[in-house]
Ligand binder design. Structure first.
Ligand code: CA
Ligand code: CA
Ligand code: CA
Ligand code: CA
Length: 392
């Protein structure tokens, strides 16, 4: 049971009121990310007499939505809560206003909740919250219409906010970008709505995952700015990075790869790019030299950040996006080592140390007889639990 509003000196026969307006969640996601939520308020009568519904003298509520519209296609479907049924509802889309006309008696000393599902259509900043609503109650004329208690008008507003987080393991530090979707009031253009690839989505917190795919798998896959070529030790590769810059915004790219696989981006050579300025959408191709000592026994992580001109792999930016990737680096093909592979066809030359052999027809772990590739085709027994190399 919700609390009541008690009158001061001298109880009234009737005192309708609208109080405790609230917006949830607060803040909401921006319009660009499908921001929506719920508006609630409490309406009641703290008087000691039932507030009868009298024709042409009904109590009314005028509810004005700000920076948003009803979430449902049918605006009346967005209205709910235990006390919604005490009113007859209509919605004027040109004004963004609901009108609710009393259609039942309102008992003495009673109140109830009304809710409206709300969809963001405009973005307001934390410095000037405007996503929400105002409720204005008009008393029935027979109650004298005197507002003694100043509880007939109530509002609640929040703002919008969205963040993009890195999703590599936590040892790499929390990288977070506010996704700035605010527009210049004069030009109507976005200020710094910029991101890697062709999309960015918002998440409530960082999803640190061993696959660096927590953000990829949450919502839409917005990890789309970089497509890696095969990374071979010692190779120089071209790495195209795609960015989107709306209107006059800009972003600075910095990137790291944890070449030695020790869980950080701080070792020499691990900053692979940046600062690279982007003033318009497009692709810039980075040149990357894969170190000959790069870790190959396990995957390594990469982090790309487009945002402010800050050179740190961790920390927060006021705009942009971060994308984390899991990469596999390989040894050069020519001396690539293979484990014993039971599906390797027979007759393939294999090499143990300095001796070349023809693989046997049947494989098994342990000692296996190989035929020498030398003229005498001498059979040799080799233990093949070790690695061996396949000659080109
Ligand atoms: Ca992206
Ligand atoms: Ca994201
Ligand atoms: Ca490292
Ligand atoms: Ca990722």
């Amino acid at each position: 049971m919700l609390g009541f509003v008690f009158l001061g000196a001298g109880a009234q026969k009737w005192n309708p009121y609208a109080v405790r307006a609230a917006v949830s969640p607060a803040p909401m996601l921006p319009h660009e990310f499908g921001g929506n939520g719920e508006l609630t308020f409490v309406v009641g009568n703290s008087g000691n007499e039932v507030m009868k519904r009298v024709a042409d003298q009904e109590m009314t509520l005028m509810i004005t939505l700000s920076y948003g519209v009803p979430a449902d296609e049918d605006p009346l479907a967005s209205v709910g809560g235990p006390w919604a049924g005490k009113f007859r509802w209509s919605y004027d889309p040109s004004l963004g206003t609901y009108m609710a006309v009393q259609k039942e008696d309102i008992p003495a000393a009673s109140e109830g909740l009304v809710s409206i599902r709300y969809k963001v259509t405009g973005n307001s900043r934390s410095s000037a919250p405007a996503n929400g609503f105002n409720v204005n109650l008009q008393q029935p004329p027979y109650t004298n219409g005197v507002n003694l208690t100043h509880d007939d008008d109530v509002s609640a507003y929040t703002f919008v906010r969205a963040y993009d987080y890195g999703d590599a393991p936590a040892s790499y530090g929390e990288a977070v970008h506010e996704i700035d979707v605010f527009k210049d009031p004069g030009s109507g253009n976005y200020l710094n709505y910029v991101y890697l690839g062709r999309s960015v989505d918002a998440e409530p917190s960082g999803f640190h995952t061993s696959g660096a795919d927590g953000d990829d798998l949450n919502g839409s896959d917005d990890e789309d700015g970089v497509v890696f070529p095969e990374l071979i030790r010692g190779d120089t590769v071209a790495l195209p990075v795609v960015v989107t810059i709306h209107e006059g915004g800009y972003g600075v790219l910095n990137a790291w790869i944890d070449w030695n696989g020790d869980g950080d981006f701080t070792d020499p050579g691990e900053k692979i790019a940046g600062p690279v300025d982007f003033f318009e959408s497009g692709t810039k191709t980075l040149t990357l030299i894969v170190p000959t000592e790069a870790e190959i026994s396990k995957p390594v992580y990469a982090r790309f950040r487009l945002g402010e001109n800050k050179g740190s792999p961790a920390g927060s930016h006021e705009w942009g996006e971060v994308e984390d990737y899991l990469l596999t680096i390989r040894e050069k093909e020519t001396d690539q080592e293979s484990k014993i592979d039971p599906v390797l066809p027979s007759g393939v030359p294999v090499k143990f140390q300095d001796y070349d052999y023809i693989t046997p027809a049947i494989y098994a772990a342990g000692s296996v007889v190989f035929k020498s590739m030398a003229d005498n085709r001498q059979e040799k027994t080799k233990t093949i639990t070790d690695k061996f190399s396949v000659t080109p």
